[in-house]
Unconditional design. Sequence first.
Length: 285
Amino acid sequence: MLPSRSAFARERNTEEAVPHGVTILSHARTDTGRRRKRNEDSLFIDAALQLFVIADGMGGHAAGEVASKLAVESIHQFIQWTSGGGTFSWPYGFDSSVSYQGNRLRTAILYANRKIIEAAKARKEYRGMATTVVAVLMDGDVANVVHAGDSRAYLIRESVLMPLTSDHSWVEEQVEKGDLSAAEAREHPWRTMVTRALGGKTDLAVDMRRKQMRDGDILLLCTDGLTSMLQETDIASLVGAANGNIEEATEALVAEANTRGGTDNITVMLLRFQEETMSAAREGP
């Protein structure tokens, strides 16, 4: 059994002081949208552990909802297990090219992948279920970002929106090859086809990124229910119009995605970083 105290709120507001004098303000919202009957997205915030997760489930019946919930629960469970600083084994190896905290988050996601695969094998109705994930684990004022699938992370710094993730999707691969333009990819009938997800292969590859946060920075985590409805320029404009009020910005993003059709579940999480004295950027692989 996974920890029963794990929370999956439809709306979350938290504030937590973290090392180096950084304060993280967070607000999150998940919405079914206008076309779907069920919300298969899940979100999770543990301010004390400095862990922030969004997952977008896929699968027939309620399996997508099961997969996304199991993903965020399992990630949280592993981060809890390893929060004491004691010695433990790394079931998927330790990547010396990235930080300790980055390894914790990477391993947590690989552990979640295994749990989803096991659950799918155990129950016929769960076969084929999978989920995308994007997660942040803080290391002082450095954000470790890990993702699989087409759920995204963005940094908004001084009103400029910067992608921190690249979609694991068929259309993104074609854009990188030069076979599709970004505009064509947005309208392509295969635009929702992901090439990586939790619940697929046991040897799942995830992408990792470290980014040092500065005073006033905002991190946006979201599912494709937002980015399929809004252009990046629209997202930057709506967040900027809120003047640092992340609750207002979150609600505006969800509302606008619904206004433009709301064809999928929409999940948005915003993290705003505050620090009185900021150090020079220290970014790693």
